[in-house]
Design a protein around this ligand. Structure first.
Ligand SMILES: *[C@@H]1O[C@H](CO)[C@@H](O)[C@H](O)[C@H]1NC(C)=O
Ligand SMILES: *[C@@H]1O[C@H](CO)[C@@H](O)[C@H](O)[C@H]1NC(C)=O
Length: 362
């Protein structure tokens, strides 16, 4: 009896959370047109487009959904794929689609974010790069992301490219910031459904990131398109998320333009990880260092050095300009997360050392 009642209260609490009016909740006319288009073309979905409490666009259930049930089916003919090459080299194909007046994907292309709504390392605004406040992060943006877009834009094409910019759009004159924006969209909105392709999938590309890998994508042969199934029972109005991968805040910022929010305990940034290789983001495993003692001492010294350099750098830079308040806020938050994670790891290592010392005394 007691369990039932608690269960009921818990369900009620979830209900209240799910139904607390989100002042930001709305769908635009163009988004509704896209949903209608998907339905006419044979798609299925139990979701709509809206905004979460933070005002970020996302997708939300329109009914209660059971674990395992189909949430979304997007037919294959509404998917846009390019070869799986670095985003800068694949972007002319997206550029071509964006410049095709009667693209089969029109209703989808019209709801893509505009230039000021996309942020990745590829289109990271110049004036803010130095506020990353770290040599390796700045190098990552300048020498990898931005350099890649620029060289492709300037026609230094390589053998990974299917198509150059003039081949894609003729004599049309586009600016570098616009090309960076197209590259940024391709890099941040594609799924790897097949080994050799990057795919943009209407509606599904509006799902926000949650590191807990809840809902499952399936695009296997015979699935008639790309399917998303519920990974748990969901109430009407819940946000539908997917994981973008096990990434740290600095990686998320440069690939997707936001930071990790599920950080307990706080995670070191990729650039602060002891296994980070310069100019490379990758799968860094959170395997806490436990010894031997000289390794712990070396790690403490390494982190203290990074922290001192970082604080010194911030001091020299002064306040972050507020030209782009969203980005300025993200950078401040990145600095806080970084500081907090290093402090957390330093105190963990200090405690370990004390334990080692204690054992030595016994
Ligand atoms: C992008 O869209 C937003 C919201 O619709 C709008 O406020 C902003 O002015 C647009 N920016 C550009 C550069 O078009
Ligand atoms: C392209 O645009 C740039 C910058 O707006 C301008 O300087 C250049 O003359 C244009 N080129 C052509 C071929 O229109």
């Amino acid at each position: 009896m007691r369990a039932t009642l608690l269960g009921f209260l818990f369900a009620q609490a979830l209900f209240l959370i799910a139904f607390t009016p989100r002042s930001n909740a709305y769908i635009t006319a163009e988004e509704q047109i896209m949903l209608d288009w998907i339905k006419r073309e044979g798609g299925e979905f139990k979701v709509t487009i809206s905004r979460n409490a933070a005002g970020v666009r996302g997708i939300f259930t329109t009914q209660n959904v059971r674990k395992g049930e189909l949430l979304i089916l997007i037919p294959d003919h509404l998917v846009f794929s390019v070869p799986s090459v670095p985003a800068a080299e694949g972007a002319p194909l997206l550029l071509k689609e964006l410049h095709t007046p009667c693209s089969r994907l029109g209703p989808y292309l019209r709801i893509l974010p505009n230039e000021s709504q996309v942020l990745t390392g590829y289109n990271f605004p110049e004036e803010y790069i130095r506020y990353l406040a770290d040599d390796r992060l700045e190098a990552q943006v300048l020498r990898y992301f931005k350099q890649h877009s620029r060289s492709t834009f300037e026609g230094q094409n390589d053998d990974k490219m299917m198509m150059t910019i003039p081949e894609a759009i003729g004599r049309a004159n586009i600016s570098l910031p616009y090309y960076e924006y197209v590259v940024a969209m391709l890099s941040s909105r594609t799924f790897t459904l097949r080994k050799e392709a990057l795919s943009m999938v209407p509606l599904l590309d509006l799902m926000n990131h949650d590191i807990r890998d809840i809902n499952q994508l399936d695009s296997s042969l015979g699935s008639r398109g790309v399917r998303l199934s519920a990974g748990k029972d969901m109430l009407k109005g819940e946000e539908v998320t997917i994981t973008y991968g096990d990434m740290r805040s600095d990686e998320l910022l440069l690939y997707y333009g936001f930071l990790d929010t599920v950080t307990s305990p706080p995670r070191l940034l990729a650039v602060d990880h002891r296994n980070f290789k310069p100019n490379e983001f990758g799968d860094l495993v959170d395997q806490p260092l436990t010894g031997p003692e000289e390794d712990i001492r070396a790690e403490i010294a390494r982190l203290q050095h990074i922290l001192a350099k970082f604080e010194n750098r911030l001091e020299t830079l002064g306040p972050i300009p507020n030209t782009l308040p969203y980005l300025a806020g993200l950078l401040r938050e990145l600095h806080d997360q970084r500081r907090e994670a290093i402090h957390y790891e330093l105190s963990r290592l200090q405690r370990l050392l004390e334990q080692h010392d204690g054992q030595a005394e016994l």
